[in-house]
Design a protein around this ligand. Sequence first.
Ligand code: PMV
Length: 326
Amino acid sequence: MSTATARAHPNIALVKYWGKAEEDLILPVAGSMSMTLDAFATTTTVTVRESEEATDAEDSFVLNGTPATGTALDRTTRFLDHVRELAGSSARADVVSVNEAPTAAGLASSASGFAALALAASRAYGLDLDQRSLSRLARRGSGSACRSVVDRYAVWNAGTDDATSYAEPIDAPEMRLVIVTVDGAQKQVSSREGMRRTAATSPFYDAWITSTARTLEDMVAACKAGDLTAIGEITESHALRMHAVIASALPPVRYLAPASVAAFDTAAALREQGTFAYATADAGPNVCVLTTPDAAEDVAAALTPHGQVRIVGPGPGAHLTEEAAR
Ligand code: PMV
């Protein structure tokens, strides 16, 4: 019996990933860039059973104390199949995972979840993957998970095949995100379905793909130059472009709630007053406002009318830890 425990955090994209070039390998239509957070970790322990045990038995997956069934268990098993293939093993495993993000925060727990699972499972099956290989593996679980393998700031190179599609670190100035868990959340369309629908029906999809590739180049240049204003402007405009292409799908999808739009307006009002504040939002109503360490408290205070606020900063990539998840 071999066991390993890993911890990983969610990430928030400043240049968004929206659309797959290849479904099975999860290759994106364009690259993206993100901040790995210092909060809301997922801790995952994987224990590989003795290979003598019945190999036709199922893997098990306990999430936050509750045994998973259906889609959640299937996704975990399919992911473990990739690891077993790499390791040349057929042994089943028991996975225990604890997610510190409050469900209402709507933070992509799939990113922290699959990054932690990739590291814990690869170790438990006896593999010692370098960061690039680990990022490629995490990508197979959920695209954005490949970025949570990396410390602080990451660029996901779109690539053209499994070997070339991975995230790597990028230097960027010290920044903070104020996460606003907005009120009045509506039921969400999953990112998988939202991406599929956008690709299949939006007349703007081609422009989204080509412009995102250029936007990522601009973001990388802004990070290298330490140009905070450019980073902020790119972040907000790219988020709005993503929500625009999503809204142009048929049937349309709208992830932003009225309170989300109000939070974007507050960021704009803060900028008018000379405060660094640029908003972004993923496939849900919650808003993250990018700001500087000095301004974070003021920005958080200005956003409180729209929901619960929490200041987060850049955090560690996926790493091994001693204390098992329970
Ligand atoms: O990795 P997924 O399938 O959860 O998709 C993530 C999509 C966004 O969060 C909206 C954007 C991103 O780049 O994280």
